[in-house]
Design a protein around this ligand. Structure first.
Ligand code: NIG
Ligand code: FE
Length: 426
């Protein structure tokens, strides 16, 4: 039957539809659907056909794009970013080189607290302009949906400013943004001796945030010198009662029992998990909590011990990976680099990695129904890669392999050649 499309991508070498009912757990993460010599039809911004070139033989389209054997995948999902912040922290690099630990820098008023000062000082407009620069870079790396946290205000006014800025950039940028309230990111200097009062103040904001629909999730930094497991439980329970989904920065540096708490409370994801215990992993598996691993952060903090992705997958967890984009522990927008570190350091296979950055990332931020998959009827968020196969992207590390990015059926990023005749495709 002849079918007509707005756009038809033809001669796709490998197409990864990533179709799935729920997140891919455990062994399912290695079962990759792969279409070779494929075509993808787009109509009204949505995927309208996925199949082989033979099936598409008689199809017509307003524009035919010859993919010349390239890899095509869904737009990537980055499920853990600290997108909105003022300033930068390049001067901390020297301290890190001298061996000053991350939590020590924070204790001395640097780290997160330095970014809090810069974020308080920035206007909402400045935060928006800066965030758009970061989003542009993410888009260029093939990311079409992200989660963005607040948490560099640590006071009412600035946390609101960050949440409003996240909403504003989501309305004007092609990347879809899912917002998380991370008011409990650190103890501000003003409340150093009374963290419980600080958490009460942050909890007081929850009702209004919900009413104004400024965040879907609530997160907390459960860590030595920040918030204890007990404080985290009390705070997150309040958020749960108000109808928020829950996330935790869990067991990032010290193994405190954050993974156990995530499982106990039925959090949608627990993030970092470098020190997660066997019991914590089991509790997460029972609860269906997704493990969001951030190996770029471990790398950037200069640590040798990475999250136990293999044990987590063996225990049946759904694993996603993310940049953790932030100005301190992971200043990069490049999710492709994180895919390479996941391969090298987490020992994840290419099949697991592609599930992690698409379908599982989407489920970790409540977008399983709309992002991370190419299926008929879903938004056509598509990446065409300058690669012939899906192994290639994590393998050739540290550079950008994106040829073009499509959001809702329109090209939103295209790699430009430096000058005619220069070919740098492989
Ligand atoms: O996920 N650990 C807490 N939060 C961030 C780091 C934030 C910062 O250093 O500015 C993280 O690593
Ligand atoms: Fe983080």
């Amino acid at each position: 039957m002849v079918q007509h499309f707005d756009t038809l991508l033809v001669n796709i070498g490998q197409l990864l539809p990533m179709e799935s009912k729920g997140p891919k757990r455990g062994k399912e993460m290695s079962e990759l659907q792969l279409l070779e010599h494929a075509a993808l039809g787009i109509r009204d911004g949505k995927v309208a056909f996925i199949g082989t070139m033979v099936e598409a033989d008689t199809f017509t389209a307003n524009q035919m794009i010859d993919c010349q054997g390239k890899l095509v995948t869904p737009g990537l999902v980055d499920p853990h970013t600290h997108l909105i912040f003022g300033g930068s922290r390049e001067h901390e690099m020297a301290l890190k080189q001298q061996g000053v630990p991350y939590l020590e820098i924070l204790k001395n008023g640097g780290g997160i607290l330095a970014t809090v000062e810069a974020t308080r000082a920035a206007s909402e407009e400045e935060l928006i302009t800066k965030a758009i620069c970061h989003l542009n870079r993410m888009l260029s790396y093939g990311v079409t949906t992200i989660e963005a946290k607040s948490g560099y205000g640590l006071d009412r006014e600035t946390e609101w400013k960050q949440l409003r800025a996240a909403k504003a950039v989501g309305e004007q940028h092609p990347i879809d943004i899912v917002s998380t309230f991370l008011g409990a990111h650190a103890i501000p200097t003003s409340h150093r001796n009374d963290p419980d009062r600080f958490l009460d103040e942050m909890a007081d904001m929850l009702g209004e945030i919900k009413e104004q629909n400024l965040a879907e999730f609530v997160d907390i930094f459960t860590e030595t010198g920040v918030f204890t497991v007990e404080q985290s439980r009390t705070f997150l329970q309040k958020a749960k009662e108000k109808g928020f989904g829950l996330k935790l920065h869990a067991d990032e540096i010290d193994p405190l029992g954050g993974a156990e708490l995530a499982g106990e409370l039925g959090a949608i994801s627990a993030d970092h998990l470098v020190g997660a215990s066997d019991q914590g992993i089991q509790k997460m598996a029972v609860a269906g909590t997704i493990a969001c691993l951030l190996p770029g952060t471990t790398f950037y903090l200069g640590k040798d011990t990475y999250a136990r992705a293999r044990d987590m997958i063996d225990q049946g967890l759904a694993v996603t990976i993310s940049t953790d984009f932030n100005p301190g522990s992971s200043p990069t927008e490049n999710l492709q680099l994180i895919m390479s570190i996941a391969a090298l350091r987490l020992k994840m296979t290419p099949e697991e990695i592609w599930h992690a950055v698409t379908v599982n990332g989407a489920h970790a931020i409540g977008r399983g129904d709309t992002a991370g998959q190419l299926a008929v009827g879903r938004a056509a968020d598509v990446v065409v890669w300058d690669a012939k196969n899906y192994y290639y992207v994590p393998y050739h590390y540290g550079v950008n392999h994106v040829h073009s990015v499509w959001k809702k059926g329109e090209v939103v990023y295209e790699r430009r050649r430096a000058f005619e005749g220069l070919s740098i495709s492989r």
